[in-house]
Design a protein around this ligand. Structure first.
Ligand SMILES: Cc1cc2nc3c(=O)[nH]c(=O)nc-3n(C[C@H](O)[C@H](O)[C@H](O)COP(=O)(O)OP(=O)(O)OC[C@H]3O[C@@H](n4cnc5c(N)ncnc54)[C@H](O)[C@@H]3O)c2cc1C
Length: 410
C-alpha cells in the first residue's frame, strides 16, 4: 500500500510517523519551503499527548514546553478566581497538559521524520487530484509533476484544496472572534504578579486575556486577547498579520474601555513585537463526508474540521485523526477486507467525536463573549462559578482528555 499525504503541518507528519510504524509506505508533500516558520502556541491536552507517546515523540516534545495541570479563570475586576479546571493531570489522565510553541512541535516532528527516513518534499503544492479506474489517486503539483498512490490524505489545513475537491461549497465560516498576542519574558511582568498563578484566563466585560507560560522553565509567557471582530478577506487578514505596529496598537486598544489589572497592561505593553500574531477564529462547516465516494481520498485535521481554539482541541483532534487513520489503513493492508466499509466506520467514529468537541468548543467561545453591562459581567462570573463548582475539578472534561485512540481501532 502506498499513501500520499498532502500537507506537512501537524497532522501530516503525525500520520506519516504512524504509517511507518505500521510498515506502510508514504510520502508527504508540503507547499511551503523548508525554512517556513510557524508562529503562536498550542495547548496540547492529554488526549493529544497520548498520541505523541504512541508515535514515540512525547518525551522529546514535553521537554520543550510548560507542563501544567490546573487552568484558572479570573475576573478582570479584581483578579478573584471564578473557576479552576484540570487541563491535564498526571494522576487522573497519565499526562499533564503542555503549552508549547507550534513551531517547536512541528520542527520536532520534522526532525523525527528525517531521522526515520520518511520522505517530505517541500515546495510541492498540490493543485489537482484525480481518481483513476485503477483504484488509485493521481496528484498533480504546481511544478507539473504527478504522483500516484492507493490513497491520498488531505492534511492541508483550513484552506484545504483537497476538501475543495470533495466539497467545493464548504467554505470556512468566521466565528466573530480573533486572537491577538505573542510572548514576553516573565521578568517583564510587574513584580506584584511574579508569583501569580499561570496559566490563567482573565475574563473582562468586553473580552478576555490569556497568560500562559510557554517554555519548560516558565521564563517566557505567551499572552493573547480574544476580541470580537468583523470578518475580512484572506488578503486583508494576511496584510494585517504582517503589520506588527497595527497589531501592537490593537492589543493595547483592546482594554482601553474598561478596567483591567496591571498585569494585563504590562504584558500588552512589554510584549515582544517580533512575536506578535493575529489569529481569526474560523470553523469549517460540517462536511457530509471526509472521504471521496471510493474512499481513496481522505481528509484529516483542520482540512476536515478546523475549529476555534476556545476548546484547546484543534491540534489534538488532528492528532487523533492521524493515529486512528493509520490504524485503519493498517487493518486494510493486513487483511482482505472491504476497504470502504472499514473506512466509513473510521469516519463515523471520528465525526461523532469531533461533533461533541465542537459543541464544547462553542461553549468556550460563548464564555469569552462581551457582556452588555458590568451587572451582566458579574452575573456571568457568578453563573460560571456555580457551574464549575457543580462540575467539580475535572469540569466534566474527562471524556475529552481520557480518550485513548487504541480503543477506536476498527
Ligand atoms: C496561532 C495559532 C494558535 C493555535 N493554538 C491552538 C491551541 O492552543 N490548541 C489547539 O489544539 N490548536 C491550536 N491551533 C490550531 C492548530 O494549530 C491546528 O488545529 C493544527 O495545526 C491542525 O493541523 P493540520 O495538520 O490539520 O493543519 P496545519 O497545521 O495547518 O497544516 C497544513 C499544512 O498543509 C500545507 N498545505 C496547504 N495547502 C497545501 C497544498 N495545496 N499542497 C501541499 N501542502 C499544502 C500548509 O502549508 C501546512 O503546512 C492554533 C493555530 C494557530 C494558527
Amino acid at each position: 500500500m502506498k499513501v500520499i499525504i498532502i500537507g506537512g503541518g501537524i497532522g501530516g507528519p503525525l500520520l506519516a510517523l504512524a504509517l511507518q510504524q505500521r510498515n506502510i509506505d508514504c510520502t508527504i508533500f508540503e507547499a511551503r519551503s523548508q525554512d517556513a516558520l510557524d508562529g503562536g502556541f498550542v495547548a496540547l491536552a492529554p488526549n493529544a499527548l497520548r498520541v505523541l507517546e504512541r508515535v514515540g515523540v512525547y518525551d522529546r516534545i514535553a521537554k520543550q514546553g510548560w507542563n501544567y495541570e490546573e487552568f484558572q479563570m479570573l475576573s478582570s475586576r479584581n483578579l478573584n478566581q471564578i473557576a479552576a479546571v484540570l487541563n491535564g493531570s498526571q494522576k487522573k489522565y497519565g499526562y499533564k497538559a503542555l503549552r508549547i510553541s507550534r513551531g517547536i512541535v512541528r520542527q520536532t516532528l520534522l526532525e523525527v521524520l528525517r531521522e526515520r527516513d520518511i520522505q517530505l518534499r517541500y515546495n510541492s503544492k498540490c493543485i489537482n487530484i484525480e481518481e483513476t479506474d485503477r483504484s488509485t489517486v493521481v496528484a498533480t503539483f504546481a511544478d507539473g509533476h504527478t504522483e500516484e498512490a492507493d490513497f491520498l490524505v488531505g492534511a492541508d489545513g483550513i484552506h484545504s484544496r483537497i476538501r475543495n475537491y470533495l466539497e467545493p461549497n464548504a467554505i470556512p465560516k468566521f466565528s466573530g472572534q480573533m486572537g491577538i498576542g505573542g510572548s514576553l519574558e516573565r521578568s517583564k511582568l510587574p513584580s506584584s504578579s511574579q508569583s501569580m498563578y499561570m496559566p490563567c484566563l482573565i475574563l473582562g466585560k468586553l473580552n478576555s486575556f490569556m497568560l500562559m507560560p510557554c517554555t519548560y522553565t516558565g521564563d517566557r509567557v505567551g499572552c493573547f486577547a480574544t476580541v470580537e471582530s468583523h470578518d475580512r478577506s484572506r488578503e486583508e487578514w494576511s496584510k494585517l498579520q504582517t503589520d506588527r505596529p497595527a497589531l501592537y496598537k490593537a492589543l493595547q486598544c483592546h482594554h482601553q474601555d474598561e478596567h483591567w489589572p496591571d498585569v494585563v497592561h504590562a504584558a500588552s505593553k512589554n510584549i515582544d513585537e517580533s512575536s506578535l500574531m493575529l489569529w481569526p477564529f474560523y470553523k469549517v462547516p460540517e462536511l457530509t463526508s471526509w472521504m471521496s465516494r471510493t474512499g481513496r481520498v481522505i481528509l484529516i485535521g483542520d482540512a476536515a474540521h478546523a475549529m476555534p481554539p476556545t476548546g484547546g482541541q484543534g491540534a489534538a483532534q488532528a492528532h487523533e485523526d492521524a493515529i486512528t487513520l493509520a490504524d485503519t489503513l493498517a487493518s486494510l493492508a493486513n487483511k482482505e477486507v472491504a476497504h470502504l466499509e472499514v473506512l466509513r466506520k473510521w469516519e463515523s467514529t471520528r465525526q461523532e467525536r469531533v461533533k461533541k468537541i465542537l459543541a464544547f468548543t462553542s461553549k468556550g467561545g460563548d464564555m469569552r463573549k462581551s457582556s452588555v453591562s458590568t451587572f451582566r459581567q458579574i452575573l456571568k462570573e457568578w453563573t460560571m462559578w456555580a457551574y464549575f463548582l457543580w462540575l467539580g475539578p475535572d469540569a466534566g472534561l474527562s471524556w475529552i482528555y481520557d480518550h485513548d485512540t487504541k480503543r477506536d481501532v476498527v
